[in-house]
Ligand binder design. Structure first.
Ligand code: ADP
Ligand code: MG
Length: 452
């Protein structure tokens, strides 16, 4: 009887959503149980589970209600009965390969679950190529076009703030433009480690493995953080092999070459060097000037040449800091209605250069709370009101951008248990700061005061 109920529900949903969505998300679902006000739907894999929870839960509830069933809870559970017969390929795969049923809306919602972590801001188009990064750029372009077949893995290494993350994410974004249904995963190594530990703890190991082994392009950032983590190294080794054997592209970044990562298992070290390893250098002076001009241009500001050269000389190795200096200058001038010139730049940034570097997490949180005029115990406490949540997120963002703290550490500093909150908060503020001038000026004011 339960199955006929579910068939009726599916029949209606089929009429409501597009054919492609139905095939992708609903076709292989089953009713597992309806007892004690809880209805459990069996689904083939974690992506479908997430999509149903996030996007279709209301539709499912409404359609059930129409059929006279109003459970208090609807749960989606990964279940083998729901797995398509042909070995372990998730439905999504079939869907992507079968172009006849592939249409835009589905493919974008589909890639959504897989484009996790990827920031659209990082593209090839807004990456300035010059001596120092041209080789890495060329390799990344090649990989975006011929994923899996050319340089696999692509291993990019070099110092902090020189554009590694930007470039490797650009590969993911470009791949997705070419292959709208493609499955790209960008993950920081810290996050990979954390997810792996969680997977073991909550016995979700197969979901975890399946997720990472099911992608077309795996981009893993700052692999040096895997040093000393034996279990994670082993897991990553298997993920690596599975993807590599299936001709799926792997892209890795690191702050040092594989040979210099301490306590890296030998077998991983040799895997990392079997494709192409590229040493990325700090962009030279001309390239730095071009970067500054382009970034200023994106704020609709044209900087006088002496200011551009001043900045390019002031910050020579780290493009993130270079951007920071530029933003500080632009914000300073904007708030006071001034045109940036050399005198302003040197008086503002000349001092900034002598900044004390040792700011504590506590100072950042205190300063942020003060800026938004909320008490410390609120920012650290459980309240979820918007005027508390936003300052908390801003504090997390500044902890990340100024102190480069890990996400679990950021979460702990703000009294949160869950590090994914920190990840989302930092990403959210990063996104908003690019268009919301209130957020942007709050951040620069807090920072200005911190270093004052
Ligand atoms: P890394 O990962 O090497 O530490 P990122 O990729 O995070 O560095 O780069 C730091 C910042 O500098 C980013 O905002 C990035 O967009 C910018 N950036 C770095 N190199 C370039 C470049 N060549 N053109 C444009 N922006 C760049
Ligand atoms: Mg990076």
């Amino acid at each position: 009887m339960q199955d006929s109920l579910w068939q009726a529900v599916l029949g209606e949903i089929e009429l409501t959503v597009s054919r492609a969505s139905f095939v992708t998300w609903f076709k292989n679902t089953h009713l597992l149980r309806y007892k004690d006000d809880t209805l459990v739907v069996g689904v083939p894999n974690v992506f479908i589970k997430q999509q149903l929870e996030r996007k279709y839960n209301q539709l499912v509830a409404d359609t059930l209600a129409k059929n006279g069933v109003k459970p208090e809870n609807i749960e989606y559970k990964i279940h083998s009965l729901s797995t398509p017969k042909k070995h372990d390929e998730p439905v999504i795969l079939n869907q992507v390969r079968d172009n006849s049923v592939l249409n835009r809306p589905t493919s974008s919602s589909l890639s959504h679950s897989y484009r996790q972590g990827l920031n659209e801001r990082y593209t090839f188009e807004n990456f300035i190529v010059g001596s120092g990064n041209e080789l890495a750029y060329a390799a990344c372009q090649a990989v975006a076009q011929t994923a899996g077949t050319k340089y696999n893995p692509l291993f990019i290494y070099g110092g902090v703030g020189i554009g590694k993350t930007h470039l490797i994410q650009a590969v993911g974004n470009s791949f997705l433009t070419r292959n709208p249904g493609g499955r790209v995963v960008y993950v920081s190594t810290e996050q990979f480690v954390q997810e792996f530990l969680d997977a073991i703890r909550f016995k979700k190991n197969t979901d975890f493995a399946g997720y990472y082994r099911g992608c077309d392009v795996l981009i893993i950032d700052d692999i040096q953080f895997i040093a000393g983590k034996e279990k994670t190294q082993e897991e990553f080794f298997h993920t690596f092999n599975a993807l590599h054997q299936a001709n799926k592209q792997i892209i890795i970044s690191s702050d040092k070459p594989p040979r210099d990562i301490p306590t890296l298992e030998e077998r991983l070290r040799s895997r990392f060097t079997m494709g192409m390893a590229i040493d990325m250098q700090t962009p030279d002076f001309e390239t730095r000037c071009a970067i500054i001009q382009t970034k200023a241009g994106s704020h609709e500001v044209t900087l006088p040449h002496p200011v551009v050269e001043y900045l390019a000389n002031l910050v020579q190795t780290n493009i993130r800091e270079l951007e920071g200096a530029l933003n500080q200058l632009l914000a300073f001038c904007e708030m006071r209605g001034l045109e940036p010139d050399l005198a302003i730049a040197s008086s503002l940034l000349g001092v900034a250069k002598a900044r004390p570097k040792h700011i504590s997490a506590k100072q950042i949180i205190e300063r942020t709370a003060k800026h938004f005029q909320i008490p410390m115990e609120d920012i650290l406490g459980p309240k979820r009101d918007k005027d508390i949540v936003v300052p908390r997120q801003v504090a997390m963002y500044i902890l990340r951008s100024e102190l480069h703290l890990s996400f679990p550490k950021i979460a702990r500093e703000l009294g949160r248990k869950d590090h994914t909150t920190a990840i989302h908060s930092v990403e959210k503020i990063e996104r908003e700061a690019s268009f919301d001038t209130n957020i942007k000026s709050a951040i620069s004011e807090i920072k200005e005061r911190l270093y004052a």
